[in-house]
Write a protein that binds this ligand. Structure first.
Ligand SMILES: Nc1ncnc2c1ncn2[C@@H]1O[C@H](COP(=O)(O)OP(=O)(O)OP(=O)(O)O)[C@@H](O)[C@H]1O
Length: 263
């Protein structure tokens, strides 16, 4: 088990499903993202961890194609996608479910937008209600669900957009602490089962360690990658691990990197 810190260096490879190369972004002349490079292999879960306001959402918007980088490259599935939307599913803190549509109609929106019939879209979505903890709630409206269930529905919709990649932007940031912990445990198991590639941003160290294969720590803005850590914990992971030595060791190291801000 190698738990030593890995200084950030480009691990760009041809087999990457997501690759960012020297991405720079600023607003009104002020740099927010200051040359970030990273890559994810298929099936890998990478968490970007950084202080509030360091540019995590800005970076996710760039990967989702909601904004253009000022310079650098964003390549998804081998194609340059700088500023092009529609390549990946992107989930926010807010569930953004349509309140007038039932859960089944909400989660199948990506498939319907791709031109699939209602029957076909529902046939594909139906078996996922179990794994996403929503079995029996297909015909409910979002307002009839708990906050955690709404986030699971939003996550399912993101997954149905493109099953091999998900972008998660502080997916549980708006939930109360207990619900957040439950969903972190659940997501950690689900991701392993789905074998999907996940790029996630968070400012919650436990969340990053519980869910990710690798964690990259971002500095304050203008943000850079300070350091990269492999998470040396076996899967499946569970909440009990947060008290274990391996978990605490990596948490202490990440915490000290965050605190030092790269100084
Ligand atoms: N469209 C925009 N125009 C001007 N400034 C922006 C814009 N979007 C983001 N910023 C600035 O970029 C910086 C980073 O914002 P961003 O939301 O990406 O940070 P964050 O790390 O996601 O924060 P948090 O953890 O609080 O959600 C902030 O200072 C913000 O004011």
């Amino acid at each position: 088990m190698n738990s030593s810190p890995v200084k950030h260096q480009s691990s760009l490879g041809t087999e990457s499903i997501i690759r960012l190369s020297e991405v720079v972004k600023g607003f009104a002349g002020l740099d927010v993202i200051d040359g970030i490079s990273l890559s994810l292999k298929r099936g890998e879960v990478l968490a970007l961890l950084g202080p509030s306001g360091c540019g995590k959402s800005t970076l996710m918007h760039l990967v989702a194609g909601l904004d253009h980088p000022d310079s650098g490259e964003i390549v998804i599935g081998g194609e340059l996608v700088n500023g092009e939307t529609g390549r990946v599913g992107y989930m926010h803190q807010k569930d953004l479910l349509l309140p007038w549509k039932r859960v089944m109609a909400n989660v199948t929106i990506p498939l319907r937008l791709k031109g699939m019939s209602k029957a076909e879209a529902e046939r594909i979505a139906a078996p996922l209600f179990g794994p996403f903890g929503l079995e029996g709630f297909e015909e409910y409206y979002p307002s009839q669900l708990s906050g955690g269930m709404r986030q699971r529905a939003a996550l399912m919709r993101t997954y149905l957009y493109r099953r091999d990649i998900m972008l998660l932007d502080e997916p549980f940031g708006a939930l109360d602490a207990i619900t957040r912990e439950r969903l972190q445990d659940w997501l950690s198991g689900l991701i392993s089962a789905l074998n999907t590639t996940v790029l996630m941003v968070t400012h919650d160290i436990d969340e990053a360690i519980l869910i990710a294969d690798r964690v990259m720590v971002m500095s304050e803005k203008p943000s850079r990658i300070l350091e990269e850590e492999e998470i040396p914990l076996p899967r499946p992971r569970s909440r009990e691990m947060v008290m274990e030595d391996d978990f605490l060791r990596v948490k202490r190291r990440i915490y000290s990197i965050l605190r030092s801000g790269g100084a």
